[in-house]
Design a protein. Structure first.
Length: 138
């Protein structure tokens, strides 16, 4: 159920020979991501459970999910960009259906991130899932 943007990342990861190249690619994805307005980097948008400072501000536009995100760590900005590729543009009701651990495992992230980064990535996915679940009609 991955988006075309996420499939592009998966294809690039298959093309890259080693994890160092993939790691650099994730960092480049983060650099390419627009910065989040510092005024939005407030406790309400902060993701707890991350070793780095992470902020995610979800929103719905025309029934489709999107979010802004930022971090003080470049690799984490890249992970936010990967999550953006995974989720952005999906109908809000489809976001909780995405098997994020399985999709991210396709990239090998589960094998190459530190336990703190993995915990932070799970916390970001949890924030997105919780927010979209709250948007569903009762």
């Amino acid at each position: 159920m991955a988006t075309p943007a996420f499939e592009d990342i998966a294809d690039t990861f298959e093309f890259l020979d080693n994890w160092e190249d993939r790691y650099r690619h994730v960092i480049e994805l983060g650099r390419a991501m627009p910065p989040m307005d510092p005024a939005l980097q407030v406790p309400a948008t902060k993701v707890e459970g991350c070793a780095s400072q992470v902020w995610i501000l979800p929103r719905v536009e025309n029934g489709r999910f999107d979010f802004q995100g930022d971090s003080d760590a470049m690799i984490v900005r890249g992970l936010i960009a990967v999550l953006h590729a995974l989720y952005a543009g999906l109908p809000v009701m489809d976001v909780p259906k995405v098997d994020a651990p399985a999709e991210l495992a396709r990239l090998g992230l589960d094998e190459h991130l530190s336990s703190q980064r993995s915990n932070g990535l799970r916390a970001m996915v949890g924030r997105i899932r919780d927010w979209t679940a709250a948007q569903q009609p009762a």
